[in-house]
Design a binder for this molecule. Sequence first.
Ligand SMILES: CC(C)(COP(=O)(O)OP(=O)(O)OC[C@H]1O[C@@H](n2cnc3c(N)ncnc32)[C@H](O)[C@@H]1OP(=O)(O)O)[C@@H](O)C(=O)NCCC(=O)NCCS
Length: 321
Amino acid sequence: METVNAALAVDLPDDPPWQDVQVREYLAETMPGERRISWVAEDDRVAEGEGRIFGHVSMLLLGDIGVLDVLVRPDLRRRGLGSQLVAFAARRAYLEGFSSIGVEAIGGTSAIAFYEALGFNKEYVETRSVLCLDAVDWPALGDMSTGIGPGYRIEFHPGGPPEALLEPYAQAKLEAQDDDDDDLDLAPRSSDPQRLRDSLNTLHKRGLKPYIVLAIHESSGTVAGLTEVVVPAQHPERADQYDTIVVREHRGYGIDRAIKARMLFELRAAEPGLREVQTWNAQHNESMLKVNAELGYEADRDWYEYGADVAHLVQTLEHIH
Ligand SMILES: CC(C)(COP(=O)(O)OP(=O)(O)OC[C@H]1O[C@@H](n2cnc3c(N)ncnc32)[C@H](O)[C@@H]1OP(=O)(O)O)[C@@H](O)C(=O)NCCC(=O)NCCS
């Protein structure tokens, strides 16, 4: 955690530092069927586990790809440590038969030049936006939260959707999946009820508390829209917006605005320590960007997904030991 905070202070100085709450669980718990392998670089002049952590790499193995997270202490960068950590992970992925490696790199940090130097390709870009609750126009938000077409009901579910709604909830996610398959899917959506149940359990175990607002189409009982926000125990001042989906046939009735506005009211009441919410959007997703701007989100920085072929990466890093 101390290493993460040292990096945050340099790379993302406006992000809240981590607290020592469920950090082990955050790093160790995965969805069933997924594995995460982590390595740390430590000071070899002191006994194992007693010195500072110089750097860290973790690799989440899902499907046929390994998703990396690499971090080197700011005072120890440009000495080859980052490359060494990637080499360890890439060799392991290669030995286990994985075909590609993906990683998120944050615009405006050294990670961009680093992954490009290692031969990774830029595959996808999103913009992160941040909303400060202090700056929200609450009366305007009140109008948005009620400005929804007739025939829809809005529901709030802290902790996740109730069991009886898992099936229609998964169905709404499944329909949305076809809409944007240009996303690399480093975090695939949970689009069947069992996977959704597993995903909610995993979030809870990792200290990530989900909040859900749904729009129910009353005559059919289907989920017409949903929005998900997660409050991490590690930095409860800043929540993460996950999926927001309005099923195609229910678009144009104010659902996107209404569910997001309702969510902000609920979060304000449920999480007194919360100050900001962050969200990631594809730059072509104009209608969602417009609604986010109305709510008060401000663009922060670009967030990239880079990818590399495992065999090629192992070869590039061959000289590193
Ligand atoms: C990206 C990161 C892991 C690189 O670690 P590192 O130990 O400095 O990497 P290396 O020394 O192995 O660098 C390898 C090559 O990458 C390139 N590179 C790395 N950092 C660079 C920079 N700041 N500018 C230009 N090129 C850079 C260089 O080509 C370098 O080779 P060189 O030093 O011989 O020129 C490190 O900067 C880091 O932890 N960044 C964190 C970014 C982040 O995500 N922060 C937010 C979350 S807390």
